[in-house]
Design a protein around this ligand. Structure first.
Ligand SMILES: NC(=O)c1ccc[n+]([C@@H]2O[C@H](COP(=O)([O-])OP(=O)(O)OC[C@H]3O[C@@H](n4cnc5c(N)ncnc54)[C@H](OP(=O)(O)O)[C@@H]3O)[C@@H](O)[C@H]2O)c1
Length: 280
């Protein structure tokens, strides 16, 4: 299978490039092809002639998107539509990486793929609009929503917590946002399986189980044998430009329908820490 990855220089993109050993994979960062530029996208797709395009590229700074909604929409919505149009012309399948932030967070039970999109910030809006445009341009595309990514080579919550724990005797972490931590290596494997399964439509793909950021931090410290005191706090104590959904747990039904089950997020942390230790 020939796969072209846009966003290969990002956190998830690096995991995809590392895991796609059995496939013929070409990975591009923004320097090789800016998705805002349709000619550049057409040129690299024509050169690679991929069976699948994985579109992981995005402007992912959630607060940055809030402060610069034009950039958010130019990259995340129009850029994604550019890739979908070129994929349609080239007869390549498209797998688009989307986000739990397309939901408003008012649910109290896991979000199904059929729940309506209702983003509460500019990043979520730009990705929700991308989903809608892509579905219209390429009805057989696969839209993979994921959440709370962590892994090597990116801005990772476990790293932030360990750094803070090294510098402070006590941490305050928000306990009123609930989601599903997801390890980029596991998600990369899942994405590759979905391409082989010829998946289409919306799929929710996260590691199993959910937690708040406070609970996530406690587990990180527990697994590292650290006894730093962690106090639960609320989001209103950390005012940030973009609002975050209070609850963005994604139901796994659409993934298990493809015969795929991702492991509990707690299990992936130990693998991540082992990799981190090996890297020094
Ligand atoms: N991080 C999360 O917690 C999370 C949660 C849910 C969904 N997602 C989604 O998962 C995907 C991957 O996220 P990530 O955390 O791996 O992202 P990331 O580390 O921020 O990487 C973003 C990637 O997008 C590329 N990119 C940015 N602007 C571009 C442009 N104009 N043209 C072409 N490429 C561009 C970057 O290329 P350069 O570095 O070369 O500029 C980089 O490879 C994104 O679609 C994101 O929306 C992320």
């Amino acid at each position: 299978m020939k796969i072209l990855v846009f966003g290969a220089t990002g956190m998830l993109g690096k995991a995809l490039m590392g895991r796609a050993k059995d496939d013929d994979v070409v990975g591009l960062g923004s320097a090789q092809a800016d998705i805002r530029n349709p000619e550049q996208v057409a040129e690299v797709v024509s050169e690679a002639a991929p069976d699948w395009i994985v579109l992981s590229a995005a402007y992912t700074d959630v607060d940055g998107c809030e402060l610069n909604p034009t950039l958010a929409s130019t990259v995340n919505t129009h850029g994604a539509a550019n890739v979908a149009k070129v994929a349609a012309q080239a007869h390549s399948r498209l797998l688009f990486i989307s986000t739990d932030y397309v939901f408003d967070g008012n649910n109290t039970t896991p979000y199904e793929t059929t729940d309506p999109r209702a983003p509460i910030n500019e990043y979520g809006k730009s990705k929700a609009e991308a989903e809608e445009r892509i579905s219209r341009i390429l009805p057989d595309s696969c839209i993979v929503r994921t959440s709370w990514l962590f892994g090597p080579g990116g801005k990772s919550f476990p790293d932030t917590i360990l750094k803070l724990a090294g510098a402070r005797p006590q941490l305050e972490i928000v306990n009123d946002q609930r989601g599903c931590p997801t390890y980029t290596g596991d998600l990369a494997d899942t994405i590759l399986r979905l391409t082989r399964a010829d998946a289409r439509g919306i799929v929710h793909a996260t590691n199993r189980g959910d937690c708040t950021w406070y609970e996530f931090a406690c587990e990180i410290l527990r697994q590292q044998g650290l006894n730093t005191v962690v106090r639960a706090t609320t989001s209103d104590k950390f005012v940030r430009p973009a609002a975050r959904p209070k609850y963005s747990v994604l139901a796994p039904r659409s993934l298990t329908a493809h015969g795929i089950q991702m492991r509990p997020w707690q299990e992936t942390l130990s693998e991540y820490f082992a990799l981190r230790a090996a890297a020094g």
